[in-house]
Design a protein. Structure first.
Length: 487
């Protein structure tokens, strides 16, 4: 009856069922798991690309090479001695002689070239790239995939997110790349990076999304995509592409000490700032006016939280939207405008993307109880020197000044930030002869208080035809008057 034992497996299966009555007789668990495994393998096989050839070919015309040129000041050559600062020449000639003839020589300017990448986003010639690729550039050249070259102009820049928008003028048909949704990216998903590493045009590298939401300390709105697709100098500004041929990130940062670690700005962040860059060339952000810190497990325990979440308010700035709304130190913000604040770094991004003047609800925890406050979002004011980097130069006096920000004042050990900072003094100029030095702060001109760069320019224009000028100078915490003689 067994005919060579062919029915033996049936008896064994039945025997197992009788011996272990807890296992359902109508299911073969081994076969079920095998089926699930086959299904999972089939899904993974479907997601694994057989080749990147077609994808790279389709996206290539949208990726461009950027060559920028900017003028860099090389520090002036000062007095040098093989004996160092304690040179016997100082004893012989004296500091005044050496400083006058060898020290503080004027800096020289020379052109510096840099390489980067970018990608076309529409048929009008708009191109997205990194801000650091084109920042302070005197000349920007864009080279298309067919090697045709164009001059480009800067439309808008956002240093805080390292995003820039440039434009070329051409009647030639351009092929823009589709912009995807970086919010739907999954860790482990295949991506490719296209750019010009080390000037090697249109290099394609492949990898996966290694992590999302990385904070690497590059700015207040860090939210990087981490990838192991090779990113090298020259890749900056190029696209990170998903398997559908959509841009999901802008390649922007590498870690030189590591291998297989690169970072890209999520394309959703670029899409948020793009309309403002097009319209006004800069980004206006919402402002709450609090100094925050991470809620650690230790702090969560101290504040009676079940788990470490939210953003702890360490300081409420004076006359800020937060102060007007009644927010207090030790408040823990857990929701802003109906958006959950899971960790500290969520809050700056959400507040920044909130329209100025919008009224929002902020949910917070105060003394272990939930509380809702209404906040009218303000506008984040940028430091003028950081925003424009503007200098004022009086060539006749040999004097260059810039805005004095609170941060610079603190660095110099100055208690207040009114006045303008002397950023350069030309050797043997009237200002130098009067005793003004780099790092000094000009507080008054002709007995008129100087609050900022605009006030300095106004007073200098008023005194253009006057002879000698009385200037009040602050050096560290000491102030003194000098008279600058016009030649």
């Amino acid at each position: 009856m067994l005919k060579g034992g062919r029915l033996l497996p049936i008896f064994i299966a039945i025997g197992i069922g009788l011996a272990f009555p807890g296992i359902p007789k109508d299911k073969d668990l081994g076969a079920l798991e095998l089926f699930k495994g086959k299904k999972a393998e089939a899904r993974i096989e479907a997601e694994r690309p057989g080749s990147f050839t077609d994808l790279a070919k389709r996206v290539k015309p949208s990726v461009i090479n950027i060559r920028s040129t900017k003028l860099v000041k090389h520090p002036g050559r000062g007095f040098w001695s093989p004996f160092g600062p304690k040179s016997p020449f100082r004893d012989f000639f004296g500091d005044e002689f050496l400083e006058r003839y060898f020290g503080d020589m004027p800096p020289k300017e020379f052109p510096q070239n840099s390489l980067g990448s970018g990608f076309i986003i529409d048929e009008q010639g708009y191109i997205l790239t990194n801000n650091h690729v084109i920042e302070k550039a005197e000349e920007i050249k864009v080279i298309l995939s067919d090697e045709e070259e164009f001059d480009a102009k800067v439309v808008g820049r956002d240093p805080k997110t390292d995003i820039a928008l440039i434009k070329i003028e051409t009647t030639k048909p351009l092929q823009p790349v589709a912009m995807g949704d970086s919010g739907t990216l999954r860790v482990g998903e295949w991506v490719i990076a296209i750019g010009n590493p080390f000037g090697l045009e249109h290099t394609v590298t492949a990898g996966i999304v290694s992590a999302k939401g990385r904070v690497i300390g590059s700015g207040p709105y860090d939210d990087f995509i981490q990838t192991d697709a090779s990113i090298n100098p020259g890749n900056s500004g190029g696209p990170l592409i998903n398997m559908r041929g959509e841009v999901v990130g802008i390649n922007t940062a590498i870690i030189y000490q590591a291998q297989g670690i690169g970072f890209a700005i999520p394309i959703n962040m670029a899409k948020q700032v793009l309309p403002q860059l097009k319209e006004k060339g800069e980004v206006t952000r919402g402002w709450l006016g609090v100094m925050i810190q991470k809620v650690t497990p230790e702090l969560a325990k101290q504040f009676g939280l079940e788990k470490p979440e939210g953003a702890l308010v360490a300081q409420v700035l004076e006359d800020s939207p937060a102060e007007k709304a009644g927010m207090q130190r030790e408040d823990i913000i857990i929701e802003f405008d109906q958006k959950k604040i899971n960790k500290m770094t969520d809050l700056p991004r959400i507040v920044a993307n909130t329209p100025v003047g919008k009224g929002v609800e902020v949910k917070l925890i105060r003394q272990e109880k939930e509380k809702i406050v209404d906040v009218l979002v303000g506008e984040l004011k940028e430091e003028k020197v950081a925003k424009a980097g503007r200098l004022a130069t009086e060539k006749e006096l040999g004097l260059t000044v810039q805005e004095l920000t609170p941060e610079i004042a603190k660095h110099l050990g100055i208690s207040e930030s009114s006045g303008v900072l002397v950023s350069g003094v030309k050797a043997r100029s009237p200002a130098y002869s009067a005793g003004i030095r780099r790092g000094d702060v000009i507080k008054e001109i002709d007995r008129q208080p100087i609050e900022d760069l605009q006030g300095y320019e106004r007073e200098m224009a008023r005194l253009k035809e006057k002879g000698d000028i009385l200037i009040l100078v602050q050096r560290e915490e000491n102030t003194f008057f000098v008279v600058v003689e016009r030649k």
